[in-house]
Ligand binder design. Sequence first.
Ligand code: 9MR
Length: 398
Amino acid sequence: MKKALYLLAGLAFSAQWANAQSLQEAYKDYFRVGVSVNQWEVKAEKEIKEGISYSGAVSLDQTADYEQIAQHFGWVVPENCMKCEVIHPQEGVYDFTLADQLVDKALANGQQVIGHCLIWHSQCPPWFFVDEEGKQVSAEVLKKRMRDHIFTILGHFRGRIVGWDVVNEAFEDNGSLRRSKFYQILGEDFIPLAFQYAHEADPTIELYYNDYSMNKPAKVEGVVNFFRPLVAKGLPIHAIGMQGHMIYGDGDYVQQYTHSIKTIASIGLKSQFTELDLTMLPNPFGFSGANISDQAAYKKAMDPYQDGLPKEKQEQFDQFWLDFFQMLIDNKENVLRATFWCFNDAKSWKNDFPIKGRTDYATLWDRQSKAKPTVQKLIDMAESLEKKNKKEKKSNKN
Ligand code: 9MR
């Protein structure tokens, strides 16, 4: 009798564990699931260094959120603290304080860290491109600065960070190369050079190119056409990152990203979604990118859900993510990772972009850090798929 009871308890226990308790567990057979993390989720306000801009922050002490972050996400990406202006504010002066706190916290919670980002025209301090007299530096000097920057950072994090966004946002939405300072001084070579330096600095890690508007055929094709000959010659690159900042109602993302994933796969590279979010607010100028210098003026009509998102809008949000994740599952052979940008609505950068001061609902956790129904629905979708697959396998055996 006692034995039977133990058996029953054991069965109940394993049944409970058969159900995934988190996003990362539910999707473990398909792709990695991650989220961006900020300093206020890692350390309380009093411990955070002053002088860093806290865009999107409502309350600085959100360290309690980390429990859910660790439960649901196996991978984290720093939203801000590894950008050049923070980590390398002056030539040869590196500040790893915030970045180290974040990496230590993630590793202590059994998570993996992706670095963001090494070479980006934005948030790059002006010293990078000028000499002591303020004159633009030569190609040789810029190459040396890039190399030192990459070697020092990768050296510092060796063994602790598994992959890096090496170059960020080097293309315009029409697929041409952005005329950034890196481009003006080095031409398009700055891109393969950055990958080469990163590989030399640490051959053990994964290296990614990362950009927004990658649902647009012209953009993804421009990026892929650029990388095709480089990949053929053996450029050390592991995946192309598509940020995935999306606007509800702005086109058929499922169909567009399916095309993008296939386009990227045509040069033998995996895709990853690196900065997923979905704005539920009206779109000011038919806008769809993530270029942070694009801003529109605040109008009350453009901020309709200050008191909460209506139920039918929440349902649309849920369905959007179910369709999106189904698309990721359907393309799992070519999708490495799905990372959300910002943990909850309170600190999402979307409240300030492309209009400052709105109340948006772009993430999977609400302003009180409560999981939206979307999270359980996504878990349930993966679970029912797994059950269906198991059933099919079983009936194939019989
Ligand atoms: O979400 C980030 C915001 O807090 C910063 O103020 C901003 C400038 O550094 O960068 C935001 O993150 C961007 C990311 O690094 C690259 N892709 C676009 C993201 C949203 O602008």
